[in-house]
Design a protein around this ligand. Structure first.
Ligand code: CO
Length: 286
């Protein structure tokens, strides 16, 4: 009996089951970026359809920005580390995303927006993550939430590491993004040189880690900066800064288990719904 109780309460660390480097590409009107998820090597991870890292201090890499373009059927989260982007959309929303802040946008049934650099020189660095919506919510009204740096709470972990929690929870610290069907966990973890961090990841979530400053070790696996690690099942992920200090994204979500039919910025469940999305967009019904 005692054994049963102890085995049912055992906490399992998630291991790395696959690692991959991103693919250099460009998007928008010619912004250079690295596609980490949404490539032939790593298509989707749970509800996550795409992860891009954009990082350049060469204005010609980002000045063209992302002029007006549509989205339907999913959510985007843009997380800024350096530089500024101005968002504007056809619902009358406008805002500037700056370092340490971001924007969670629910495209729902449709939105047309632009994301343009708010600077002509200097470093621009950040991420855009695409999160799928369940079939039942793909046609809900568009919505968005701008996050200032102070909107994102920080959890202090044993051993000197910290975790900024955008979505989901780390201990008692809960991110500002409201609970949803995919139950996304989006955490930026910062670990001092030689330190460790343990981030709880709910069982059943598909999860990955992306170190973007310094290399990180998970179990026996050492990952370089820019090396995506897909995690196996478990209750938590244990990260170690074996060399320099580390900054990494820890992201996880509940898989939807529904068909994904993607055509550029439209992500639906059937081909018919994609045709409908194109038709609605062309008729100006976004
Ligand atoms: Co967009």
């Amino acid at each position: 009996m005692a054994q049963q109780i102890s085995s049912s309460t055992t906490v399992t660390a998630r291991d790395v089951i696959k690692s991959a480097r991103g693919t250099p590409t460009s998007d928008g009107a010619g912004v250079k970026l690295t596609r980490v998820i949404g490539t032939p090597h790593v298509k989707n991870v749970g509800p996550f359809l795409m992860l891009d890292e954009f990082r350049s201090d060469e204005p010609q890499d980002y000045l063209a920005g992302f002029p007006d373009h549509p989205h339907r059927g999913f959510e985007t989260f843009t997380y800024m580390l350096a530089g500024k982007f101005r968002h504007r959309d056809n619902k009358g929303h406008e805002g500037v995303l700056g370092p340490g802040g971001g924007q969670w946008m629910t495209a729902g049934r449709g939105i047309v927006h632009s994301e343009m650099p708010e600077q002509e020189e200097g470093l621009v660095w950040g991420f855009q993550l695409w999160i799928n919506l369940p079939a039942s919510e793909k046609m809900k009204p568009a919505d968005y939430r701008d996050l200032q740096p102070s909107d994102i709470p920080t959890a202090t972990l044993p051993g000197g590491a910290t975790a900024r929690v955008v979505s989901g929870r780390v201990g008692d610290v809960v991110g500002p993004i409201a609970e949803r069907k995919t139950a996304p966990l989006f955490v930026e973890v910062q670990i001092p040189a030689g330190g460790e961090a343990v981030i709880p990841v709910p069982r059943g979530h598909e999860a990955f880690v992306y170190p973007f400053e310094g290399g990180v070790s998970i179990g026996e696996r050492a990952l370089a900066r820019g090396e995506l690690a897909l995690l196996g099942e478990g209750d938590e992920v244990r990260l170690r800064a074996a060399g320099d200090a580390v900054r990494a994204l820890v992201i996880a979500g509940k898989p939807l288990g529904e068909p994904v039919v993607q055509y550029g910025p439209f992500v639906m469940n059937t081909n018919e719904q994609i045709k409908e999305a194109i038709r609605d967009f062309q008729r100006g019904e976004f």
